[in-house]
Design a protein around this ligand. Structure first.
Ligand SMILES: *Cc1c(COP(=O)(O)O)cnc(C)c1O
Length: 416
C-alpha cells in the first residue's frame, strides 16, 4: 500500500487535486495572503519527514530516533535567524493564529490588557476580536485609522496607550497598504510600559528582503506566517530577543502544541534558503512595483483606493462609487478568472459578509513572472468586469478567455 501513487491509491482525491491544479494554472491569484510555493518547498513538505514525532527541540526530544530531525530543525532555525537578523527563532508553529496564541501565552496572564488594530480597520482576528480566543482570554482595546488619512495616526495611538496602559501593544495588519513604523510603536510601548509584538504575517517576504523596514530590533516578539509574501509552506514562526527565547519555546511546546509538523519545518527551511537568495530580493521589489502599476491602472479607471495607493503588496479598493459591494465584485471577478477577496474598508457601512471593498494583491502574479504591462491588463480587466459585467454578462466570458491566455503565457509550474 505504501508504494502506490496517489492516483492508484485514491483516484477520487487525485481527481480533485488535478482539478485544483488546473484552477490554479488558469486563474489569476489576486488574494494578497496567498502565493505559490516552489517545487522544492513542496517536495520537502511531501516527504518522509511527515512520519516522525519530534516533540521537544534539537538535542532535547521526547522521542527516540530524532537525530535527523535535530539536524533539520537546527538548519531551519539558523536560516531564520540569519534571514531576519534575530537572536532566536521558533519554527514549529502550525499557523499564524497559533503563533499569536503562543506569543500571548509567553507574555501575558488571562485578563491582561492588550491593544491592537481592530479587524474592522485592517487588524487580524487573533488581535483580540471578541469571536476569537484572544478577545475572550484578554481584555482587548482597539486602535483604528485616522479618519482623514485612513492611515495609522501614531499620536492617537500613543494617547490611547497612555490611557489604557496595556500589558501588550500589537502592531501589524491584514489589510493595511502602507508602511508600518515599528520604531514609533516601540516608543509607544516603552512609554506606556507595555511589551511590543509585531505580527508581520502579510509582509514577511518584504521584511526578509528589506523592502519593508524590519520590526525585529524593536519588538519583544515577532510572529509571522510563512506562506504569504514569504512564499514558503503553510505555517508560521516566531522571532524574539534572547531574553524571550526560553519563554517562547516553552509557550509553543508544551504550551500550545505537541508534535511539530516536521515535514513543514523542512519546507520552511527550504523557503528560508530561497528567501536569502539574490533573486528573492528582486522578486519582492517587483511585487511592490506591480502593486504600484495595478494601483495606477485602477486609479486611471476611476477607482478609489483607500489611502490613495500602496507601499506594499496589496491595495484596498473602495467600491462605494461603483454601485457594487465587495462580495458581488469578488464573485463576478471569479467568473472572469480573477480570484480576489472582498474586504471591509475603514468605517465600512456594510457587514463583513458583504463589505464595500476588495483587497487585490500582487505576490502570486509576481511569482508567475508577470510585470507592469501585465498589471495594466489585469487592472483594465477588473474595470471591465465591474463596469460592464452586470449589464453585459458576456464580458465576463470574454475577459475569462483573455485571462486564460495570459495564464498560459505565465505557467506556475512548468511540467505538470
Ligand atoms: C494571515 C494572518 C494571520 C493568521 O494566519 P493563519 O495561518 O491563517 O492562522 C495572523 N495575523 C495576520 C496579521 C495575518 O494576516
Amino acid at each position: 500500500m505504501v508504494n502506490r501513487t496517489l492516483a492508484q491509491a485514491d483516484s477520487q482525491i487525485a481527481q480533485i487535486l488535478a482539478k485544483e491544479t488546473e484552477r490554479q494554472e488558469k486563474t489569476l491569484m489576486l488574494i494578497p495572503s496567498e502565493n505559490y510555493a516552489s517545487r522544492a518547498v513542496m517536495a520537502a513538505c511531501g516527504s518522509v519527514f511527515t512520519n516522525k514525532y519530534a516533540e521537544g527541540y534539537p538535542g532535547k526530544r521526547y522521542y527516540n530516533g530524532c537525530q535527523y530531525y535535530d539536524e533539520l530543525e537546527q538548519v531551519a532555525i539558523d536560516r531564520a535567524k540569519a534571514l531576519f537578523k534575530c537572536d532566536h527563532a521558533n519554527v514549529q508553529l502550525h499557523t499564524g493564529s497559533q503563533a499569536n496564541m503562543a506569543a500571548y501565552y509567553a507574555m501575558l496572564k488571562p485578563g491582561d490588557k492588550i491593544m491592537a488594530m481592530s479587524v474592522a480597520q485592517g487588524g487580524h482576528l487573533t488581535h483580540g476580536a471578541s469571536v476569537n480566543f484572544s478577545g475572550q482570554m484578554y481584555e482587548s482595546h482597539f486602535y483604528g485609522l485616522d479618519p482623514d488619512t485612513d492611515q495609522l495616526n501614531y499620536e492617537q495611538i500613543r494617547q490611547m496607550a497612555m490611557e489604557v496602559r496595556p500589558r501588550l501593544v500589537i502592531c501589524g495588519a491584514s489589510a493595511y497598504p502602507r508602511v508600518i513604523d515599528f520604531r514609533i510603536f516601540k516608543d509607544i510601548a516603552d512609554e506606556c510600559g507595555a511589551y511590543l509584538m509585531a505580527d508581520i504575517a502579510h509582509i514577511c517576504g518584504l521584511v526578509a528582503a528589506e523592502v519593508h523596514p524590519t520590526p525585529v530590533p524593536f519588538s519583544d516578539i515577532v510572529t509571522s506566517t510563512t506562506h504569504k509574501t514569504l512564499r514558503g509552506p503553510r505555517g508560521a514562526l516566531m522571532l524574539c530577543k534572547e531574553q524571550w527565547a526560553g519563554k517562547v519555546d516553552r509557550a509553543v511546546f508544551p504550551g500550545v502544541q505537541a508534535g511539530p509538523l516536521m515535514h513543514i519545518v523542512a519546507g520552511k527551511a527550504v523557503a528560508f534558503k530561497e528567501a536569502g537568495e539574490f533573486g528573492f530580493r528582486e522578486y519582492q521589489r517587483q511585487i511592490v512595483r506591480n502593486a504600484h502599476a495595478l494601483a495606477k491602472t485602477l486609479l486611471d479607471e476611476g477607482f478609489t483606493l483607500v489611502t490613495g495607493g500602496t507601499d506594499n503588496h496589496l491595495l484596498l479598493v473602495d467600491l462605494r462609487n461603483k454601485g457594487i459591494t465587495g462580495a458581488e465584485a469578488a464573485d463576478r471577478m471569479e467568473v472572469a478568472g480573477m480570484v480576489v477577496n472582498k474586504n471591509l474598508i475603514p468605517n465600512d457601512p456594510t457587514p463583513p459578509a458583504v463589505t464595500s471593498g476588495i483587497r487585490p494583491g500582487t505576490p502570486g502574479l509576481t511569482t508567475r513572472g508577470m510585470k507592469e504591462p501585465e498589471m495594466a491588463l489585469v487592472g483594465r480587466w477588473i474595470a471591465r468586469v465591474i463596469h460592464e459585467g452586470k449589464s453585459n454578462p458576456q464580458v465576463l466570458d470574454k475577459v475569462r478567455g483573455e485571462v486564460e491566455e495570459l495564464c498560459a503565457a505565465f505557467p506556475i509550474y512548468l511540467d505538470l
